[in-house]
Structures are given as C-alpha cells and as structure tokens.
Design a protein around this ligand. Structure first.
Ligand SMILES: NC(=O)c1ccc[n+]([C@@H]2O[C@H](COP(=O)([O-])OP(=O)(O)OC[C@H]3O[C@@H](n4cnc5c(N)ncnc54)[C@H](O)[C@@H]3O)[C@@H](O)[C@H]2O)c1
Length: 310
C-alpha cells in the first residue's frame, strides 16, 4: 500500500491518521516529538483493523525517519496560543516547529507532496516551501476545504437540505479574512443567491468565518479536529488518487489573481504531484478588494516570519 506521513500526532494529526487508515487510503506513519505517544496511538488504531476490516498499517514513532518513503506528508505539528502568549510568541514557536518539520521532510521524504495544516496556515505553508525548497506545486495548505465545509454545513442547516448538495467557493486567507464567493456557490447548481436573501448569506458566512472560534469556546480547551482532519484527508485522497478535484487551497501565487510571492487560498486542481493547476475566477471589484485585504494580512505574516527563519 502507498504511504502517507503525518507530522504531529495531536488531535488533528491522530484523527487524520485514523481517517486515512480506517478508509484504507494508505499506510500511515505518525511522527511526534512526544516519546511513546505516536507509537501508542498507532498501535491502538492498528488494533481496529480486524474490527473495521482495513488493511492499512499504522506506524508511530518519535524518530522522524518513520516518514521515509511517504508520497504525501501532512504537517499538523504546532501549538495553539496559550494564556499569556502573544501572537508573536506563537508565531516564533510555530515557525521553529515548521522549520524542523520541513528539514525532516527534505531529508526523509524529498519527493513528497506536503499538505500543511499548522496555523497561521498561509504563513506556515510559506515557511515549509521556503525551508524545503520544494517546487510550489508540492507544498499546499489546507484551509479552504474546511472553511467551505463549515459554510456548507450552516447553509444546509438553514435550508434543511443535504450538505452533500451544497457547493460553496471561498477564497483568501484562513479564518477572519476568508472571502466567500456567493456568485460561485450553489446548491446542486442553483446559485445560493436564488435560495436565500443576501443578509442570511452574510450571516452564515460570518458564522463560518468564526467557525473555529465557536468550537474553541464550546470545548473550553483545544480546538476543532474532526472536520480539519477530514479536510486534510480529502486533499490526501485527491493527491494520491490523482483525481483532479478542484478545491480551494492555500497555494503559492506567481501573478495569479494579481499576487506574487505569497500563499493564498484559491481554487486549485489537486492530483499526482500536488497542485495541477490554479483556477482563476473572474472576480468583481468588491471580491477583488476583499481578496486584496486578505493578501495584505498574509504578506504581513510572511514579513514577520522571514527574520525568524535565520
Ligand atoms: N488549517 C486549518 O484549517 C486548521 C484546523 C485545525 C487546526 N489547525 C492547526 O493545526 C495545528 C495542530 O492542532 P491540534 O489541535 O492537532 O494541536 P495539538 O496540540 O493537539 O497537537 C499538536 C502536536 O504537535 C506536536 N509537536 C510539537 N512540536 C513538534 C515537532 N517539532 N515535531 C512533531 N510534532 C510536534 C505536539 O507534541 C502535539 O502532539 C495547530 O497549529 C492548529 O492551529 C489548523
């Protein structure tokens, strides 16, 4: 079976490992710095194989060499903000972690496609690309799949329709500055604007924009991981299966949408080798302005991260 590696065996990483293995998408290698934890989680998942009838093998280790031979590496290593930590402290910590993950990938899985999950997403994806030196096609960030899934969930709840039929399109940076495109969002081909008033659409988009914070508040400690892991799994399946699925993903831009040298969420076709192509949508003035604001945010983050790379 083919192999997927996951760097960071916390909530998102272990859940993604479980989804990938239990769906028999690929064998999984789970790496974390915590001694024993990835091996324990891997053994636990493996013991579900006879129950759920999957063949995928799950191996866990605190030795990064476990990722060797992986065709796709998912990076979930990183810390959420702790009390007393400011944004810059968190950035420093996660840049350090992303850098060490990137060096490990470069050494042990130099031909892999990398799917980055660690926040701040667009900046961390840029860090991994910069440190690995991989071509832009092979380093992509997961945010848009989750943001669209959240928006689709709220639309389906509002319309009492099947979430499977809701096809939203969201561009831009992860979270606060995401840009939902009502014109390109449909319920089985019917534009959302035909199905609900603009104010309802705006309210649902806002709930999706704050979807992560809503869950953090409910959980008390930690943040969302089932839907984030499912979103990563979808991207892994598209890459391994060479399906060409079009999803919004954080992608390195070189002139597309008028931006260069940054990662930003745009629609891409995913397949063997990562990003097969970037789909450029004809945006109107308001959409362009919202995307530019989002890009500014990412540019600031990259400018802050650059000196931390040393
Ligand atoms: N992109 C998205 O849409 C999205 C969604 C959810 C979470 N996230 C982000 O994903 C990251 C992980 O979230 P989580 O809930 O799994 O956190 P978590 O705290 O449960 O897990 C993080 C894991 O990373 C490990 N780790 C730390 N340094 C490491 C290193 N150098 N190498 C390997 N592993 C290391 C920790 O030991 C821990 O097990 C966070 O940055 C979070 O903000 C992003």
């Amino acid at each position: 079976m083919r192999k997927v590696a996951i760097i960071g065996g916390g909530n998102v990483g272990a859940t993604a490992a479980w989804q990938i293995a239990s769906r028999d998408v690929a064998d999984v290698a789970l790496y974390d710095i915590l001694p024993g934890v990835p091996a324990g989680k891997a053994l636990d998942m493996t013991q579900a194989g006879p129950v759920f009838h999957f063949d995928a093998r799950v191996e866990g280790s605190d030795d990064i060499a476990v990722i060797r031979g992986a065709e796709v590496v998912v990076v979930t290593a990183g810390f959420p903000r702790k009390p007393g930590m400011d944004r810059m402290d968190l950035l420093k910590k996660n840049v350090e972690i992303a850098k060490s993950a990137a060096l490990g990938i470069k050494q042990h899985a130099p031909h892999a496609v990398v799917v980055v999950i660690t926040n701040p997403l667009d900046v961390m994806t840029w860090v991994i690309k910069t440190v690995t030196g991989f071509p832009k096609e092979r380093v992509v960030g997961m945010a848009g799949v989750l943001d669209t899934a959240r928006f689709a969930t709220f639309v389906a709840m509002e319309l009492k329709c099947s979430p499977k039929d809701v096809r939203p399109m969201i561009l831009g940076g992860h979270g606060d500055t995401m840009v939902p495109l009502a014109r390109f969002s449909t319920v089985n081909g019917v534009p959302l604007s035909e199905l609900m008033p603009a104010e309802t659409l705006a309210r649902l988009a806002d709930r999706a924009r704050n979807g992560g914070a809503e869950i953090v508040k409910l959980l008390g400690t930690g943040s969302a991981y089932y839907a984030p892991a499912a979103s990563a799994t979808l991207m892994v399946e598209a890459i391994l299966g060479d399906t060409g699925r079009i999803v919004p993903a954080s992608t390195y831009l070189e002139g597309e949408y008028g931006f260069s040298g940054i990662y930003l969420g745009v629609p891409v076709a995913l397949g063997k080798g990562g990003v097969r192509r970037i789909v450029e949508l004809p945006l109107d003035a308001a959409e362009k302005a919202a995307l530019a604001k989002s890009a500014e945010n990412v540019k600031t983050g990259i400018a802050e991260a650059k000196p931390l790379l040393g």
